[in-house]
Design a protein around this ligand. Structure first.
Ligand SMILES: [Cu+2]
Length: 278
């Protein structure tokens, strides 16, 4: 399917637990903090679990979990059993988490994003991450974001990836792209899955240091952006904050804040936590 159609949707995605007859049903709505198994099903118009999904970007289902304050973000790929129950492990901190399933049920013939909240008991300390942030440090990588997010209008965003000050030019394809960008609107976590321009199978698409995206914000307002990229065998996530309608100044003028790492990234494909033990 054409992911650019996501951005052009008249109504943002991910705000509903049920859409066009399909709904997401987590097995539990209260989950333990820490490494936790999450199970859910997608029920169809006949109220039975759906088992036939079209592949989008190498997977039948993309699962994104985000803390409602956007301090935690995980993009993982659950496995489905024969009965249509999906399961995956997440690293959850106390608070309320929004779970998104990005799917294209075969019988629907179109992509939808269903969202549901689950609660994690514990000592919840919400964070305010809505200051503009166009430079993100992940392990020894620095990712800068240039360009603008415009309300109701397509615009180009460019992420540049460097490692130790050196541009990275050998990014690895991950889920059939050099980068996956999810944008979430502050306030309601309206969901935009933005895919990059170019295709890794096309030699004209550079493997870095720049990844270009074409995105459209559904409205003015503040958005949190999460970029997954793969290099040297590891998927990492950089995070940003942009205000739609407000151009990002040159990222070079914003130095990364020393030691700032506000987002607890993680997930089965991330070495983020391990990397801090160097
Ligand atoms: Cu995915």
């Amino acid at each position: 399917m054409d992911h650019s159609a996501h951005a052009a949707a008249p109504f943002p995605q991910g705000l509903q637990a049920a859409e066009q007859g399909y709904r997401i049903t987590p097995a539990l709505t209260i989950l333990d903090a820490g490494r936790t198994r999450v199970e859910f099903a997608i029920l169809g118009p006949d109220d039975a679990p759906v088992t036939a999904f079209d592949v989008q970007h190498d997977r039948k289902l993309h699962f994104i979990a985000v803390q409602r304050d956007t301090s935690g973000f995980q993009h993982v790929h659950p496995v489905m059993d024969a009965a249509g129950t999906w399961s995956v492990e997440l690293d959850l901190t106390p608070g309320v988490w929004r779970l998104f399933a990005d799917i294209a049920p075969t019988t629907l013939g179109a992509g939808i994003v269903l969202g549901a909240d689950v609660a994690v008991p514990g000592d919840y300390r919400p964070r305010d991450l809505l200051e503009r942030r166009t430079v993100s440090t992940v392990d020894d990588y620095v990712v800068t974001l240039d360009g603008a997010l415009l309300p109701g209008e397509g615009a180009e965003l460019r992420a540049r990836i460097t490692r130790g000050g050196i541009p990275v030019t050998d990014l690895q394809p991950y889920l059939a792209a050099y980068g996956h960008l999810v944008a979430l609107r502050a306030g309601d976590l309206a969901f935009l899955h933005v895919h990059p321009e170019g295709d890794p199978s096309d030699p004209a698409t550079p493997a870095g240091p720049d990844i270009r995206f074409h995105a459209m914000a559904p409205s003015a307002g503040t958005y949190r952006l999460f970029l997954d990229f793969q290099h040297a065998g590891t998927v990492r996530t950089a995070d940003f904050t942009l205000v739609a309608g407000e151009p990002a100044p040159s990222a070079a003028s914003e130095a990364p804040v020393d030691g700032a790492e506000p987002v607890a990234h993680g997930g089965p494909h991330s070495s983020h936590h391990a990397a801090h033990h160097h």
